[in-house]
Design a protein around this ligand. Structure first.
Ligand SMILES: NC(=O)c1ccc[n+]([C@@H]2O[C@H](COP(=O)([O-])OP(=O)(O)OC[C@H]3O[C@@H](n4cnc5c(N)ncnc54)[C@H](OP(=O)(O)O)[C@@H]3O)[C@@H](O)[C@H]2O)c1
Length: 322
């Protein structure tokens, strides 16, 4: 289906998050009408300047409450689901959000005849030992069962000015003399620009993706966690000790840290770090990548320094005085 911007209402679940900002910006630029569906619409005010007056509207919805999901999807021609959590807390359980929440969005899209693009994550695997990738894989299965024409996008870690990855480790490096490398830092990632994920989503809405397919989105370069930390430190011009932390020790530490309100590491995340987070050979062979959607992925080296400079001792200024 080719959606026609300006006449087309798009419901974006999770539009107030990191990727949401990029997705809403891309949709607004193309002229779509956007309904941002989140639990706390009052936290979506930052999206307003991305569109014309009245183009972006935030509504209250919770993927855990199917009634609110249906109300948010009513009259939409396209539904995008960006909702995801990194750790569990209260009633925000992986299964409730990634699995049954994703199904609720797909069922609502099917009921109203809307096109659905669902964001999962690289590593989604029904047989994984950790809950996060299992709940994501189960969500994908239920989404396709509810709406077989849905398109699913699985990104690797995303970068962009508000990302949680580079900003978080740069912030740690500012105050800590040591950066831990879980499992020796050998896990491989393929960082992908948030703007490229938004472009992939737009391509899917415009019918350039195969219906019912799962696309794997990675950037131009595969790097180990250690290399990513080295890059972060070089970018913020700081020298820190990179300390290998065996998986067992990291797991032990995480079993305590997981009780913090915003845990920096959970046992589930340690488990997740045991598997590489990169685009598979199968996806490349079968044409299910960013490049197959006509997108030339941006290199993190071009974008990340443009926002990590604030973690340098001298900020945006050079070390040498004039
Ligand atoms: N960022 C990455 O590196 C990355 C990598 C791979 C995959 N992904 C996937 O991409 C998606 C977006 O990630 P992100 O980094 O943009 O996440 P994020 O910044 O944490 O945003 C999550 C969004 O979901 C909303 N939300 C949370 N629980 C909800 C619920 N029960 N019902 C309705 N809305 C809810 C949040 O708003 P409220 O809290 O106000 O409801 C927020 O708008 C997720 O599915 C994530 O798994 C992200």
């Amino acid at each position: 289906m080719t959606a026609i911007p300006t006449e087309t209402l798009v419901t974006v679940f999770g539009g107030s998050g990191f990727l949401g900002r990029h997705v809403v910006r891309a949709l607004a630029k193309d002229g779509y009408r956007i309904r941002v569906a989140v639990r706390r619409p009052e936290l979506a005010g930052h999206l307003q300047p991305l569109g014309r007056v009245g183009q972006i509207h935030a509504v209250q919805a919770n993927l855990r409450y199917p009634g609110s999901v249906e109300a948010a999807v009513r009259d939409a021609r396209v539904v995008i689901n960006l909702v995801g959590i990194l750790f569990e807390g209260g009633r925000q359980r992986f299964e409730a959000v990634h699995t049954y929440g994703a199904e609720a969005a797909a069922l609502a899209a099917a009921a109203f005849g809307a096109r659905l693009v669902h964001i999962s994550a690289l590593g989604a695997d029904a047989n994984a030992p950790s809950l996060y990738p299992r709940s994501k894989a189960e969500g994908e299965r239920l989404v396709l069962a509810a709406l077989p024409t849905a398109t699913i996008l699985r990104p690797s870690i995303a970068f962009g000015p508000e990302d949680t990855f580079f900003n978080r480790f740069a912030a740690i490096a500012r105050i800590s003399p040591v950066l831990p490398l879980v499992g020796g830092g050998e896990t491989r990632f393929q960082p992908v620009f948030a703007g490229d994920i938004a472009s992939a989503l737009l391509a899917a809405i415009k019918g350039r993706a195969t219906n019912g397919s799962i696309y794997e989105l990675g950037g131009p370069e595969v790097l180990t966690f250690r290399q990513l930390m080295e890059f972060t430190l070089a970018t913020i011009e700081r020298r820190r000790l990179l300390l290998s932390l065996p998986f067992a020790l990291a797991s032990l530490q995480a079993s305590v840290l997981q009780f913090l309100p915003k845990p920096p590491l959970t046992p589930d995340q340690v488990e997740l770090l045991k598997a590489d987070n990169i685009v598979s050979d199968a996806a490349r062979r079968e044409g299910r990548t960013l490049e197959d959607l006509g997108i030339d992925p941006v290199d993190m080296r071009v974008v990340v320094p443009s926002y990590l400079w604030r973690f340098r001792k001298t900020g945006q200024f050079s070390r040498r005085a004039a």
